[in-house]
Design a protein around this ligand. Structure first.
Ligand code: PLP
Ligand code: COI
Length: 337
């Protein structure tokens, strides 16, 4: 195993040994290729470079208490990448190709899979881009699908400690019937100015509201949002948020733990009624929030300095399923042997 101080890893790029690539040409996907290069070459008129034909995924592999390696729900990521591909008219990598590529990258970079209990994991970043040349605004005829891996620690520096978010109404991440529900590059480009400003002003990131009226909560930076009250898990319903696989899993776990689950629009003012609120995602896992400030009005919503009991239970249950210490009764894990 690689000699890394796993406990002090942050969330960022880390060079590993191999990545895998697959090219779509002449109307079909080729063979998976293994590469040790960190670089790719492509045509200067590739559609990814000017027309934004770019989608990605984020998922994790864990070394469990039994020494086995598990990927968490990769078929869901595969399906979401297909949906993103359809959203910006790219060739769709078949589910089996997607999962096989992920397994291969995990196996090839086995020495970078953090040990059980280190708090770190192996993050997989599948990418799909238009590589074919176009100058008129049209989809490419050629695509590259690739997957690389990096060992990562917590996304927010605090780890499982509450973080602060800012509500900004002067920037929108995604239009109501735009690309917000796809994991495409343009959404992240559109979030950079407000996100970096929030960081500069002392927050972890922005809470994005529905672009049409700025009345309802959409997402928490690169994560979904949930609130807890009256034994109920409440999470936004909106046409412009990414359908988070973590959130989908937490809804099921919440139900299993005897909570009610509601997916519905959440007005900003409702924040004051939640007992706990948090951001959730592959990178964010469950990140409790202890403060949300509306940048325009200065209105501040506050929660406890320590994670609340329900968020804590959800976090430990999710982590436990991922590392094999809690029964995976829904069959979410895919083993890499
Ligand atoms: N929302 C956005 C905008 C994201 O980038 C992510 C990260 O993938 C999520 C939500 C969380 O989704 P998931 O739980 O599938 O990682
Ligand atoms: C993830 O949670 O996997 C993400 O994609 C979030 C972010 C790093 C883009």
């Amino acid at each position: 195993m690689e000699n890394i101080d796993w406990g002090s890893l942050g969330f960022g790029y880390y060079k590993t040994d191999y990545n895998v690539r697959c090219y779509y040409r002449n109307g079909k996907w080729g063979e998976l290729e293994v590469s040790s290069s960190e670089e790719i070459t492509m045509h200067m008129a590739a559609t990814v470079l000017h027309y934004g034909q770019a989608a990605f995924e984020g998922m994790k592999a864990f070394r469990g208490v039994d020494g086995k390696v598990r990927m968490f729900r990769p078929y869901e990521n595969a399906r979401r990448m297909i949906s993103s591909a359809q959203g910006v008219m790219m060739a769709e990598p078949p589910e089996e190709l997607f999962v096989e590529a992920c397994k291969k990258v995990v196996k090839l970079n086995e020495r970078f899979i953090p040990p059980y209990g280190s708090g770190a994991s192996l993050y997989l970043r599948p990418i799909l881009v238009g590589t074919g040349a176009q100058v008129g605004v049209h989809p490419a005829k050629e695509y590259l699908f690739m997957v690389f891996a990096c060992p990562v620690g917590p996304y927010f520096k605090a780890g499982f400690k509450p973080v602060k978010f800012q509500i900004a109404k002067d920037y929108d991440r995604a239009a109501p019937f735009g690309t917000g529900k796809y994991k495409v590059g343009g959404n992240y480009a559109a979030s950079l100015v407000s996100g970096e400003r929030a960081v500069k002003e002392g927050y972890s990131n922005c809470i994005y509201l529905n672009a049409a009226t700025h009345e309802f909560i959409d997402e928490a930076g690169a994560a979904n949002f949930f609130g807890i009250k009256d034994n109920t898990y409440v999470t936004p319903k909106s046409t412009s948020i990414l359908p988070s696989i973590t959130n989908m899993s937490l809804c099921q776990i919440a139900e299993d733990l005897g909570l009610k689950v509601e997916r519905r629009p959440i007005p900003v003012e409702e924040l004051s009624t939640f007992e706990e609120v948090a951001a959730c995602g592959t990178a964010a896992v469950v990140s409790p929030i202890n403060e949300i400030v509306d940048r325009e009005s200065g209105k501040t919503y506050k929660w406890g300095a320590e994670p609340g009991p329900v968020s804590t239970k959800l976090y430990h249950t999710l982590k436990g399923i991922q590392d094999g210490t809690i029964e995976d009764k829904h069959g979410w894990n895919v083993f890499v042997e």
